[in-house]
Ligand binder design. Structure first.
Ligand SMILES: *Cc1c(COP(=O)(O)O)cnc(C)c1O
Length: 223
């Protein structure tokens, strides 16, 4: 079995074990294989191994590789996990099945317009900047309830869940717990949290969507 497919299988076992270690009924977990910077030759073996959820962080990069792969594997679910510029919203709605980075009213309005125009309705996650980092996208935690309400009431959008990327040097646990708390009080079932370094912890704290790149495909930018 190719390396990435074997790594993926091992990660799936770890996810199942982490979910089982929880006392409560384990939630269903979607493992998103993050393929940014990786080309078709790396991605195809994972598709051939049966995996179908993939994540990209840039619209343009995804446009370059996924339409072709999609034609060969029509049941792929493609997730946009990176920041989305308003002028790329139409392209994102056309290509992606799930958008994890909704974080401002202007983008919500634009997505609504493009969804009506195209008849496509990608599932939407609101990104929360749980670490309140200046350089990071996402609504601030104190603004999250209001933003979710606005998306629903003003823009008529269905919000599936919340997404966060904890600060690099922080313990991710309080960030995952905060995201789960905000989701619960807003009646949101989806929790997109957990990456290569912390996906088991994320599962234990209720993640429904894990975004894992380097643990499957190796370091990015490697030859
Ligand atoms: C790249 C990326 C990931 C995956 O990171 P790894 O540490 O390689 O697992 C997850 N989420 C987002 C938003 C990313 O950009």
């Amino acid at each position: 079995m190719p390396d990435a497919a074997r790594a993926l299988a091992e990660i799936k076992q770890k996810i199942a074990a982490a979910a089982k270690a929880e006392m409560r009924a384990p939630q269903p977990v979607t493992l998103i294989a993050v393929t940014k910077t990786f080309g078709e030759a790396v991605i195809r073996p994972v598709l051939d191994a049966g995996h179908r959820d993939f994540g990209e962080n840039r619209v343009q990069e995804a446009q370059g590789k996924w339409p072709g792969l999609r034609a060969a594997y029509p049941d792929v679910t493609l997730h946009l996990i990176g920041p989305l510029q308003t002028n790329k919203a139409a392209d994102a709605v056309a290509l992606f099945d799930v958008i994890h980075s909704l974080d401002r009213s202007k983008l919500a309005a634009k997505l609504k317009t493009e969804m009506e125009k195209s008849g496509r309705s990608p599932r939407l996650f609101v990104q929360v900047n749980t670490g309140e980092e200046d350089q990071k996208a996402g609504v601030l935690p104190h603004a999250a309830d209001g933003f979710v309400r606005k998306c629903r009431e003003e823009f008529g959008l269905t919000i599936k869940g919340l997404m966060c990327i904890p600060p690099l040097d922080d313990d991710p646990a309080p960030h995952f717990a905060l995201l789960a708390k905000i989701a619960e009080r807003n009646g949101l079932a989806g929790l997109s949290m957990g990456m290569s370094a912390d996906f088991e912890l994320a599962v234990r704290l209720g993640a429904t969507h894990l975004r894992v790149g380097s643990a499957i495909f190796g370091p990015r930018g490697a030859p």
